[in-house]
Design a protein around this ligand. Sequence first.
Ligand code: ASP
Length: 306
Amino acid sequence: MSRFAIAVHGGAGTILKSSMTSVLESQYLKGLEDALKSGYEILKKGGSSIDAVEAATISLENFPMFNSGKGSVFNHEGKHEMDASIMEGQFLDAGAISGVSGIKNPIALARLVMEKTEHVYLSGEGAINFAKKIGVKIEEEDYFFNEFRYQQWLDIKDSGAVKLDHSDKKFGTVGAVALDINGNLAAATSTGGMTNKQFGRVGDSSIIGAGTYANNKTCAISCTGHGELFIRSVVAYDISCLMEYKGLSLKEACDIVVHDKLVKIGGEGGLIAIDALGKIELPFNSEGMYRGFIDTQGILKCEIYK
Ligand code: ASP
């Protein structure tokens, strides 16, 4: 048995087998698998969990079928505004960005905020200026153009509706959590947010404690779901707190937050979680969640439905 493991997600929501083709399904699963392998390769060579979650998330951001990076949804102005955050569990260092456009890999920018500034969180123009100054890869608007996402936006742009990815109840967003050989935990989350969202809207994905959290004493978490409810429930930190202060196991803490607390306020979605022993939990209260892991036994598994 190894002492490292990794899990990833590509969003939760109403993902039904009846509305999926086998070709699409295998493409989604391949997207998850490639991301897992890119992170696992790093862990296997003794690399850090922060490098592993960044690499896995970049792989998901570059994969156009998930709502982050290249596959990001359109906001009300027909533009892309992306949010991301990353955290490591040894020193509780964290970095986050929100409302950025043109950034190829928002998670890499979040990490640079963590490592190269005095701050934790940069937003909008300030984050973009920092990216330009530090030489982060900027893409033209057409890199992010996706006919499918554009149609989703056209369908609702004049209705005033705000939708999570491509159906009423399908959430996008990607994320990764990992434990490395040195016992360090890390978590990363990246998203395009919600289709037709109001300019300036920020969800849970870039908020440390809500969408992302890591602490070597407890666990690492990356969330996906209805961001407003995840912020109000401080989901990621709540799970860590239940473990730290109440002595609950990762599974017990996840069950309380995902299947009880969130459900009571109508918070649909899920999360991926790993504890200091490499135990993985992938709970969700929606119909499905794109998810996968490689555990401490080296077993790889990717799933979509309940
Ligand atoms: N949580 C993300 C947000 O609210 C959406 C998602 O997970 O798909 O921006």
